[in-house]
Design a binder for this molecule. Structure first.
Ligand SMILES: Nc1ncnc2c1ncn2[C@@H]1O[C@H](COP(=O)(O)OP(=O)(O)OP(=O)(O)O)[C@@H](O)[C@H]1O
Length: 260
């Protein structure tokens, strides 16, 4: 009953809700870092969370991805309650997260980073096998290298890649688990203008295949990429809607863009 009503309450008219956030809250001592935040991430769409520094975006992601437990509220995946599940269990349920802080095996080749991520999905203990034992994982790793423009770097150590390449590899690693919902935490942070544009195009190409929830500081990129934008300030949601509507909202102008 609750699950079906959540499914029908999706953000886009007629589009199923892949990720539902309901009245989510957490306190750090006296600070309410996330206070009663709720929204739907519609299936196959790109939903972005924006807001000034300290608004609670990363904490919201930590709550959704199981890194910290909420003091109140719920998270649903395709209508099923997954609140408080560990990141591993969420990954198995179809939710994958790419981190703001680079989260790669720097001392391993690029291909091996992807192979491990793909092979873990098959059987956890397969990850301990040498490269080549899972043709399926290798094929998937190859396809991701190609898609992310990293084929020429397959045998390079991940630690030797440029910053932009490492950030792209991170997204590819998160995709190797074949998630239905992908959380991207500032995927273009520290990137050059050209790398940012390329990464934006890659993220856009994911829409339709899966649901993307994005934290991003580059407002131009957010506005051009997103189907739906959620705006936070001081732990609360202050607005949500299509990019043009959110941009024109006086509360957003005042809190986020610094003028009303
Ligand atoms: N583990 C923690 N313990 C105590 N306070 C925390 C903790 N994590 C975050 N905070 C506080 O919670 C508030 C929200 O922080 P958060 O990092 O979620 O914001 P943000 O919107 O992601 O900011 P930024 O854009 O700068 O990354 C801030 O006041 C921050 O100092």
């Amino acid at each position: 009953m609750i699950a079906s009503s959540l499914k029908t309450a999706a953000a886009g008219a007629g589009v199923a809700c892949a990720l539902g956030v309901r009245d989510l809250s957490v306190n750090f001592g006296g600070l309410q870092a996330v206070a009663g935040v709720g929204f739907d991430a519609a299936a196959g769409r790109i939903t972005s969370v924006i807001g000034p520094n300290g608004a609670g975006k990363s904490t919201l992601f930590n709550l959704i991805s199981g890194a910290i437990r909420p003091t109140g509220g719920r998270v649903t995946l395709d209508g099923a309650d997954v609140t408080g599940r560990s990141p591993d269990r969420l990954l198995a349920a179809g939710l994958s997260r790419s981190f703001q802080i680079t989260n790669l095996f720097f001392e391993l080749p690029v291909l091996e980073n992807l192979r491990i991520a793909a092979q873990v999905l098959e059987r956890p203990w397969y990850a301990l096998r040498p490269v080549g034992h899972s043709r399926r994982a290798l094929a998937k790793a190859d396809a991701l290298l190609e898609r992310f423009g990293l084929s020429a770097k397959a045998r390079e150590l991940a630690g030797n890649l440029s910053h932009g390449e490492q950030r792209r590899l991170e997204i590819a690693v998160a995709l190797a688990a074949e998630p239905r919902v992908l959380l991207l935490d500032e995927p273009t942070q520290g990137m050059s203008h050209g790398d940012t544009a390329d990464t934006g195009a890659l993220i856009r190409s994911l829409a339709g295949e899966l649901t993307v929830l994005l934290i991003e500081h580059d407002i131009g990129l957010v506005m051009s990429l997103s189907d739906h934008v959620v705006v936070m300030a001081q732990g609360r949601k202050i607005a949500e809607g299509p990019p043009a509507v959110v941009r024109a909202d006086p509360a957003v102008q005042a809190a986020y863009f610094g003028h009303g």
